[in-house]
Ligand binder design. Sequence first.
Ligand SMILES: Cc1cc2nc3c(=O)[nH]c(=O)nc-3n(C[C@H](O)[C@H](O)[C@H](O)COP(=O)(O)OP(=O)(O)OC[C@H]3O[C@@H](n4cnc5c(N)ncnc54)[C@H](O)[C@@H]3O)c2cc1C
Length: 451
Amino acid sequence: MPNINIDNLKHSQIQIKDGGKIIVLDTGAVIGPEAEAMLQALHSRSVGGLQSHLKILSEKGPDNFMKNFYVGYGHKSIGDCGTASIFIEGVSMLASKAVQDWPLYSGQESSTRYVDFQTQPFKNPAGTKEGEEILEAYRKFYIEALEPTKEYLRAQFPMRAGEKEGIYAKAIAARAFDILRGFLPAGSTTNFAWHTNLRQAADKIMLLRHHPLVEVRDMAEAVEKALQTAFPNSFGHEQYKNTENYNKEWMEKDYYYHDKNCPEFKITNNSINMDLLPREILANRPMKTELPKYMAEAGTLQFKFLLDFGSFRDIQRHRAVVQRMPLLTTEIGFEKWYLGELPKKISSKVGIFLKQQEEKINKLNVSKEEKQYYIAMGYKISNRLTGNIPALVYLSELRATQFVHPTLRRKAKMMADSLLELFGKFGLVMHLDKEIDRFDIKRGEHDIVLK
Ligand SMILES: Cc1cc2nc3c(=O)[nH]c(=O)nc-3n(C[C@H](O)[C@H](O)[C@H](O)COP(=O)(O)OP(=O)(O)OC[C@H]3O[C@@H](n4cnc5c(N)ncnc54)[C@H](O)[C@@H]3O)c2cc1C
């Protein structure tokens, strides 16, 4: 059995002001991220090769090099050459989305499909009793609905011959969590990891510190402190007033996107130049294979559609397309799919419950950004998504499979159909899941369980 000695590792840990914590992982590597960045940067000034760079590293260490050349002279690309893993725990779904709103985000987050949210803390930025009551009413609903929903699902999709009880039970639970996540507030806390190079971390923090949500600003401060502790020579860049003011202004005024008249689904712009998409390359692509990236040069297609916030959390992770960060409100309404999946005795009461919650949310004395914490994830947002052909084909094929949440799957299928309608005549093929609406117990096998 492999044995890793982790006792002497010094992870840099910082508490976030109002709860939650940041941990920068110490991997115990002899050559850490800063040293690795230095080794690569030495290539730019000498042809001695790695052996000679290693000699310099062993004699001098990376500290001064990173302080002078990376931070001091601003050779930003050196910071691309070392990476770190930051674990962010106990923050709201809104805070994790803020970090993930980045074309180079890498990392993983707790899944609402496999994690039971009955005891997860909910963030209450108003700090009031009224706020707490709204959040705890969601929890009560989630707890009370969980078992009856599972029962209802078992009756609809009985176990088939040859299926294993353990896997079947997980598939039923995953489906119940898929339904009940619609009634969890966006202020539910989650854990996620952010694997980033040193430069991207600094660039992203530069924006997060001006985020409209206090929680995100506090998280950004804690991430920066933890990174400064872990890599004192690579963080602590000088701040320039004009840049800070500019970022602050657009983050305050224009970060969130909200169109209460957003159509159910519509193509709102098509700048694709078909002359730049060779027919045989579109036509000959096998399954699970991506189109060549150069095809992005042909232009972009823009979609506007309604999607519940729960499913936005999933689609947002597609980094090769551009998506605005939507403001979560109750204005566009609640996604009917969640209501239709509940057992009748619960669904008949849920309309009144949501109405009461809405009235209480409207009375809270907080900004529209902070109201998001109290809004259930089944409410719809307006999504504007712009992407090139390779990125859109990848996204719609991946998300139109039977393993994807039904509300997202439906929109992904609409995107796939639009792509076929527009570009099928030019050779585009789409490899789509044929068994799109079947309840499949394979969902129960997708959990990550340690043996
Ligand atoms: C069923 C299912 C369950 C999942 N469960 C979880 C979960 O529990 N937790 C979790 O954290 N995640 C989960 N995910 C999310 C998943 O890990 C991916 O983050 C998400 O699907 C985005 O897809 P992607 O990273 O494969 O590619 P994309 O980000 O869509 O990228 C598409 C392609 O473009 C490339 N690319 C990436 N960024 C760019 C860029 N900026 N410009 C150009 N090209 C780029 C990629 O390398 C890839 O080749 C799940 C996904 C699915 C489908």
